[in-house]
Ligand binder design. Sequence first.
Ligand code: OSB
Ligand code: MG
Length: 383
Amino acid sequence: MTPKMIRIDRITLREIRLRLREPFRISSGVVDERRILLLEIRDASGITEWSECVAGELPNYSPETIDTAWLAIREWLAPRLLGKSVGVPPDGVYEILDRHVSGHQMAKAALEMGCWGIAARLRQTSLSATIGGERDRVATGISLGIQRDPASLVQRALAAHANGYRKIKVKIQPGADIEFVRAVRDALPKDADLMADANSAYVLEDAGHLAELDAFGLIMIEQPLHRDDLVRHAALQRRLRTPICLDESITDVARCEDMISLGSGKVVNIKPGRVGGFSVARRIHDVCMRNGIPVWCGGMLESGIGRAYNVALASLPNFVLPGDLSPSARYWERDIVTPEWTMDADGMVAVPRNEVGIGITVDRGRVDELTVRREDLIAPSQA
Ligand code: OSB
Ligand code: MG
């Protein structure tokens, strides 16, 4: 019988350092070594599950960082869960965390998703099945950082295409855009799906310049303008043939509804970590599905733990475009999970639907070696 409640009695926060195989540059910054916040959550029944907070090192992609997330979890969010009972499935956890705490979506998501991981274990089923996923494999794309010249980007794009990736995304910024995309477009086969991600590097006055990208048949351009610029994105979309996809802007269900009613974009990148976890991610997924908006699962250079949650999410039905769900070896010399995430020659990643829980085993010894900071948060009755 499935226990009806989760009661969390301990949350262990850890910071690990994990060096990327090569630095990853986007318009707003570069990272070569990830500082990753991992959570290990223990239920009173004795089971534990890991989750990952996607907050970065610097507040460039969003206002959150690993340090603000650590603070928010310790001070305001974890105390709301520790020692309390929440239902299975843990659909109400987001509301518990969100009440009178604005922002800190990545911090909330790490806790909320961890509860879904625990729920899957209690139900003795996979994370994918627990959230209503259907696919047993998901299509994968690659996100290529900004390179020093078009030739270096072309070389990486060709290698990615040869490896089987189903979508190639190139990061752009003013000064590294039209010529870079043109070079990749010319080098790739005509039918290869190509897109660009600006991470908010442009303003509406750049519309004429961005319209030059229309010549390349991109499947979309991701987040050209500032996160708060839904109205300007709508004006830009009216001037572009290329569909706009929003990432940073879609922080909750209402923003997604606004995007649709304003016409600010035609595609949504859903990152569960950005929107406060699975329950909001699923609601955004459902709103998009009802409105004929295709979605795909973005990535935040997660370790194999965060990837497990993203892959489970991408198994929902309206994830019809390849996600940024690259295999472990694209990011790391060695991941922190067993088995590592792999991709087949058709660019597909298997969803571990036959495993209980998140579907991979965390290499605890390796996590210990990589840990630079640790804090145990304990339910009051146990403290
Ligand atoms: O905009 O999608 C983004 C990485 C860090 C911050 C923002 C973004 C990204 C990526 C990486 O594109 C995608 C991946 O994890 O492979
Ligand atoms: Mg993006």
